[in-house]
Design a protein around this ligand. Structure first.
Ligand SMILES: NC(=O)c1ccc[n+]([C@@H]2O[C@H](COP(=O)([O-])OP(=O)(O)OC[C@H]3O[C@@H](n4cnc5c(N)ncnc54)[C@H](OP(=O)(O)O)[C@@H]3O)[C@@H](O)[C@H]2O)c1
Length: 289
């Protein structure tokens, strides 16, 4: 039995789809959800729905009974709570006899030394905690979703251009669907115990390069303005993002500008047995709809 946590979120849903697409029987998949009303599609597909909250250790222990492989999708709760929630999941998995824990970490140059360490170091704590457990683990260190580009680049970028204080920093953006496919491979094939993978595209792009790609796709000039942080925050708030979330996204932009996501390492091609979708193809598909 494979259990996916965060199953009603973007990556959880996509991973369950990828498991079904790679031939995993629905009855061998379980979804941990905290709101069963969001899980009706899973139930009708024959997937076991298990109620559980990362905050509630007992709910996790019950949910993990009979589970063989567990995918811990990092929490989206308040950042201060995330490490303790992950610890609950890992401890409950250990007590329930889970034989393999897969964790979605984060691929940055150095989580602890990052300019946004307070936002991301819970991944380092979770990783360290997993490594000292007796249960085999796999670390899937995700880069930023390609799907985040429209969310972080400003309003109506095809009309207004890209506006984000990300300097010339590059990111190997990868579509969520391919992160999910890589997860499904690790959850259904042998040989991934105690390994750490970089889940990123093979090539990293700056926002100036993204503007050039979009210009080529649309046949109009899309500009890139590496705007001021305060202007960026104001722009996001105007789009309806909360002040806290806007400040959080601006810290991501700062980390991008410092090159903290830039890498030419990627294990996705090896896991999927094919190249990742190129960013121009992803953007063409997204903006030709
Ligand atoms: N790499 C990136 O670009 C990127 C971008 C965004 C987020 N992330 C991280 O990656 C994770 C997965 O991304 P996503 O897009 O799938 O996020 P998402 O759509 O927000 O999903 C997060 C999932 O975690 C569940 N969750 C949150 N707190 C929980 C708790 N206390 N107990 C049980 N479940 C809980 C949520 O449950 P509900 O459905 O009930 O809310 C949801 O299913 C995020 O949580 C975040 O840590 C990464």
């Amino acid at each position: 039995m494979i259990l996916v946590t965060g199953a009603t979120g973007n990556l959880g849903k996509a991973t369950i789809n990828s498991l079904l697409n790679n031939g995993t029987d629905a009855k061998d998949i379980a979804a941990l959800v905290r709101d069963e009303t969001k899980a009706t599609a899973f139930k009708s597909n024959g997937i076991q729905v298990k109620p559980g909250d990362y905050q509630d250790f007992e709910s996790l222990k019950i949910a993990f009974e009979g589970v063989d492989k567990l995918l811990l999708i990092s929490s989206s709760s308040a950042i201060v709570n995330r490490f303790n929630q992950h610890k609950n999941v890992i401890d409950a998995a250990g007590e329930a006899g889970v034989s393999h824990i897969v964790y979605t970490g984060f691929d940055m140059k150095d989580l602890q030394q990052s300019s946004m360490a307070e936002d991301v170091q819970y991944h380092a704590y979770t990783t360290d905690y997993l490594k000292q457990m007796a249960v085999p683990y796999t670390l899937m260190n995700n880069t930023l979703y390609a799907d985040m580009i429209p969310i972080i680049s400003g309003k109506n970028i095809l009309e207004n251009g890209i506006s984000i204080p990300a300097g010339a920093g590059k990111v190997p953006f990868l579509p969520i669907t391919e992160m999910a496919e890589a997860l499904a491979v690790v959850l259904t094939t042998p040989g991934h115990e105690n390994k750490e993978y970089v889940i990123a595209a093979e090539a990293a792009f700056s926002f100036a390069e993204i503007a050039d790609i979009l210009s080529e796709i649309t046949g109009t000039t899309i500009t890139y303005n590496p705007t001021e942080v305060m202007v960026y925050v104001g722009q996001l708030v105007q789009q309806g993002v909360s002040e806290d979330d806007a400040a959080y996204l601006s810290r991501f932009a700062g980390a991008i500008a410092r090159g903290e996501f830039d890498t030419n390492k990627s294990d996705v091609k090896q896991l999927l047995g094919r190249a990742t979708t190129s960013l121009p193809d992803f953007l063409r598909n997204l903006y030709s709809k």
